[in-house]
Structures are given as C-alpha cells and as structure tokens.
Design a protein around this ligand. Structure first.
Ligand code: FAD
Ligand code: SIN
Length: 535
C-alpha cells in the first residue's frame, strides 16, 4: 500500500504533535506513531518546562544556567533561540488548553530544579507531560488536515539508497518519506512525502535501568544514521539521579522538582553529602549529582541513597506532588513520613541527529525536532526541563522549515519501489530477539554507564560488534516485526554511543572516564560527529 502526503511526521510526542499542528495550516499531514498516540516520553514528564516568566529572571540568566550545565559544549545561538522563544511557546500551550498550575494572582507557579539559579519551571503539579500530551492530542483531533496512524512503526527512511540502489554516489542525499510497518496486519506501507519530520524521541531503552517507556529505542537516530545523516554527541547520555529504588517500580522517576521543593539527598544514616561535591548541593546540575551518588554508593556499598522531604508539611507535599505521592504509596512508601530510596537511571540522550537552527538535518527534505536531535542546546549535559522547551520550540521551527521546503521543492517525486521482502521468512527464533535485547541493555549498563574507562568501552565495543552482525543477519532473512525493528535500532544506537565515547578522550559533562579524568578544551571542545559514508 502507498500513502502520499505533503508532510510525514514520525512520532507523536510533544515535538511531533506541536510540529504537526503547525504544518496542518500548510498541507496534508500524516503522523505515524508506533503505539497508541499518547505513548511517549513526553507523557511521563513530571517536572515541567523551563521558561523565563519570573520578574526577577531574565533571558540572560536562563542562557547562563544552560551554558554552565552544558560544560562548554552548548551552541550559544541555539540556547539563545530556545530561551527567547520559550515564553511564547508556553503561552501557546496554555491557549490550547494546558491547565498549568498557577498562583492565586493567576501567574504561573514556577518550580525550581537542578542547575537553575532561580524558579523558572512552568508545570502542571507533577504530571506536566501527561497534560501537555493530552492537550496537543485534543488539538490534533480537531484538525482535519492531520491523519494519525497508530501502531505504525517507521522502519527506514526512503533515500537514494532505495531508488538508485545501495552504494550509489549521490552527492546530496534526499529523503522522500519512509517505509512503515502496520503492526496490526504486518503490511509495510510506502509513505511518500514532500518533507519528512523525525520526532521519534530518545533511546533510554538501550540501558538496563531507565526512566524511559518501552517506545524509546532510538529508532529515529538509527534510521537517520543508516540513511547517511550526521549524528552528533551520542556519548552524552544523561542519568537522572533519583529514580525509585524498588524491585517492581521500573525506575519510576522522583522529579528533581522534589529537591527544588526542599528535599535533601542523604545517606542511609541521614547524612547529607552533596555539599562536598558542588556549591549548589542537592540542586547541582544532574551530571554532578548522579556521579556524586555513584561515588557514595561505591564508598558505602549500599544499594541506594535517600531523598528526604519529611520536614515539609504533609498536605503541601501531597498537593504539589500527587502523582509521586500516590505512586510511592502504592509501593508502601509514605513520602510524607519516610525518606525515599533512590538510585540513578538512564534518562535522556543529549546527542542525536544533528540539526541546524532551522531543524534541518544533513539530508535534504529531512527535518528533526525533540529528543531525537542534537541541536546544540544541551552541549555535554542538559539543564533540567530544557527538553520539553527544546521540543516545542524546535517543533515550531521544523514546521516552518518543512513547509518552506515543500513549497520550494519536490514537485516531482521519484518512483519509489515497494518494500522488498524477498528472501525473508517468518522466523520461529523469537527468543533470540529478547535475549539480544537484554544483552545489549546489560552491556550498556555495566560498561557504558555513569563512570567509564577505556577497558570497559573496548569490551562493550567488541561484544556489540558481534551482536550487531548477528542482528543484521537475522534481520535480512526475517519478515519485519516491531520487536525486530527495535532490536536492530538498539544495536545501532548502542554502537553509536560506544564509538562516540571512545572518541572523546577527556571527561566533560555526562561523559566521565577514569582514563582521562580532566576536561581538555584545546583538543575536545567540539561535537563528536559520526556519519556513514557509504549507504
Ligand atoms: P517522545 O515524547 O518520546 O515521543 C516520541 C514519539 O515517537 C512517540 O510517540 C513514539 O511512539 C514515536 N516513535 C518512536 N519510534 C518510532 C518509530 N519507529 N515509528 C513511529 N513512531 C515512533 N523533560 C523536561 O523538559 N521536563 C520534564 O519534566 C521531563 N520529565 C521527564 C520525565 C520522564 C520520566 C522522562 C522519561 C523524560 C522526562 N523529560 C523531561 C524528557 C522529555 O520528556 C523528553 O525529552 C521529551 O518529551 C521528548 O519529546 P519528543 O516528542 O522528542 O519524544
Ligand atoms: C524531572 O522532573 O526531574 C525531570 C526533568 C527533566 O528531565 O528535565
């Protein structure tokens, strides 16, 4: 089957939905999304959206905090862009119906999170993402120009590779849409578009312990890499310092806003320790807090540290953090009475598909926004709550750029061949997929975590190479399924992270290695770029 559309948007999180809403004014939009519409990282966001609204705040203060967190690697123009555009985009979200928490006088209630020197997090209590996602979905439902294809997984971008054959010598590569698997009947669709927007989110699932839901398998990064797009800074994987330590809680996030509200990180004996690591204590940037916890746990041999908010009034805690309170209570932890056991877990990919200030990737016709990208905003470590901000600002810019591109170009599509599944069979070896997936996650957790070394990274590389080859061979002879697509992408993304980490022979932001414990501005104040030369 073939779908023709003006714009293809891959992903229905904050970036994809906000982009699609703007594109709907400029043509026909198809959103493909691999599960139900609302399933995304966005849906789980708790803390909120960083933006300048407080009268004592300023753009330059927000810019400064972002640059400091990014440890010398942010691109200043990109940071200025999201900070200056932020308040406008947040107000637009309020206009489409997001009921942000407000003070008695009607102004936004602003929270505080790590690395911010001032209260600037706009939020809906502690379930900001869910409310934003729902409001965007409601707005999308009212747009007749948008068609949403749920349970549809993008497999690969359509480029010269499919049209001219592999290893062609096209000087400038183009993207004309994507092959997409309809999970309900296993058909593969050709979705042909005048411009394509990747908004497929991050890759936390590449690690054993992660705050990310199951959809976050790095599909967009892997697809773009295979298509020859430039991928940047994959070594900078952010570990969130505080996820619930409980066998069944699946790395449930305890928002940094809890620390912003006054909670302190303490050891089993109730001792604070963050003051020994950073002047901002428990509210230091995330890379520093996660590393400090890792160091304390190694020193004590304890399995977790604790987050103590019990000194605050019980009703205030329940009112500000209803979701966290209820969820912890479900696991028999009353956060108003006892400290919360917490450990770090993989949370956010600062690297991704490299884009310019207009959301354009290095492939003509392919734009990208949200966590799938590396826009230059986050540098070596993302400042808290700058991700939703980046997603909505670059979602807007991607829509403008994709619409301009479609107007200027691509009147004539090349003939796109149907999906080629010759030589593939229905496999009965599905156990290989779940086994390989777990192996990748374990390797990444054990060898490519918060603290790295050459030895661990080399070990990860050799094991991942083998798994990557096995997965690719299996993929070539098996009919595609969602699980197989994800496994192939996880294998690719894991390799990209390890290769990038091995390239950076210094410690900066989220990349800390015992072999090069210092920052080396002279040699490494630059992005790590990986690009496939032959596709
Ligand atoms: P997502 O919201 O992840 O959406 C990606 C979409 O792409 C999904 O719909 C997915 O199904 C779809 N998709 C993926 N692959 C395919 C494919 N192959 N084919 C079709 N569809 C595909 N950031 C903040 O700024 N503030 C916060 O308070 C905050 N809290 C967070 C809390 C948690 C628990 C987590 C996990 C993250 C949090 N973040 C926060 C980070 C932030 O939520 C994400 O970075 C942001 O939501 C990313 O938005 P996105 O639209 O780029 O991707
Ligand atoms: C949180 O609420 O702690 C997550 C915020 C973020 O990821 O920016």
């Amino acid at each position: 089957m073939r779908i023709e559309t003006d714009f293809l948007v891959i992903g229905s999180g904050m970036a994809g939905l906000s982009c699609a809403l703007k594109l709907a004014r400029r043509g026909k939009v198809a959103i493909v999304t691999k599960k139900e519409k609302a399933e995304s990282n966005t849906n789980y966001a708790q803390g909120g959206i960083a933006a300048v609204f407080d009268p004592t705040d300023s753009f330059s203060k927000h810019i400064q905090d972002t640059l400091e967190a990014g440890d010398g690697l942010c691109q200043r123009e990109a940071v200025e862009l999201i900070v200056r555009e932020g308040p406008k985009r947040v107000d637009e979200l309020a206009e489409i119906g997001v009921q942000f928490t407000r003070k008695n006088d009607g102004r936004y209630d602003l929270g505080r999170e790590g690395g911010h020197h001032i209260d600037r997090i706009v939020h809906v209590k502690d379930h900001t993402g869910r409310d934003v996602e729902n409001a965007l979905l409601e707005a999308v439902k009212n747009e007749s120009a948008i068609e949403v294809y749920e349970n549809h997984t993008a497999i690969d971008l359509i480029t010269e590779h499919q049209i001219l054959g592999p290893y062609n010598r096209a000087a400038q590569r183009h993207c004309w849409g994507a092959y997409v698997l309809d999970d309900r009947n296993s058909n593969v669709l050709r979705v042909q578009s005048r411009a394509t927007v990747l908004a497929s989110g991050g890759c936390g699932q590449v690690y054993l312990h992660t705050t990310n839901p199951a959809i976050a398998t790095g599909d967009g990064i892997a697809m773009a890499y295979r298509a020859g797009a430039r991928i940047a800074n994959m070594e900078f994987m952010q570990f969130h310092p505080t996820t619930l330590y409980h066998a069944e809680a699946d790395s449930f996030l305890i928002s940094e806003a809890v620390r912003g509200f006054g909670a302190r990180l303490v050891t089993r004996n109730g001792q604070t320790f963050m003051e020994h690591y950073h002047p901002m204590g428990s509210l230091a940037p995330r890379d520093i807090v996660a590393r400090a916890i890792d160091a304390e746990l190694k020193k004590s041999g304890d399995p977790c540290i604790y987050l103590d908010i019990t000194h605050k009034k019980s009703q205030e805690i329940k009112n500000r953090f209803p979701h966290i309170y209820e969820n912890c209570l479900y696991y028999k932890i009353d956060i108003t009475r006892e400290p919360i056991p917490v450990v770090p877990a993989a949370h956010y990919s600062c690297g991704g598909v490299q884009t310019d200030l207009h959301s354009a990737t290095s492939l003509s016709g392919l734009f990208a926004c949200g966590e799938v990208t590396c826009t230059g905003v986050h540098g070596a470590n993302r400042l808290a709550s700058n991700s939703l901000l980046e997603a909505v600002v670059f979602g807007h810019l991607a829509a403008e750029s994709a619409a301009d591109f479609a107007r200027r170009e691509a009147e004539h599509y090349p003939a796109i061949p149907p999906w080629d599944e010759s030589g593939t069979f229905n496999s009965e070896e599905w156990v290989l997929i779940s086994h390989d997936r777990m192996e990748i996650k374990n390797i990444m957790w054990d060898y490519v975590g918060i603290v790295r070394s050459n030895l661990r990274l080399e070990r990860a590389l050799s094991r991942l190479r083998l798994i990557g080859q096995e997965v690719e061979n299996f993929y070539r002879r098996t009919k595609v399924t969602n699980e197989l697509i994800e496994l192939r992408n996880l294998a690719t993304v894991a390799m990209l992270i390890v290769r990038s980490a091995l390239t950076r022979k210094e410690s900066r932001g989220l990349h800390y290695t015992t072999d090069y414990p210092r920052r080396d501005d002279e040699a490494y104040r630059r992005d790590t770029i990986i690009e496939k030369k032959e596709i």
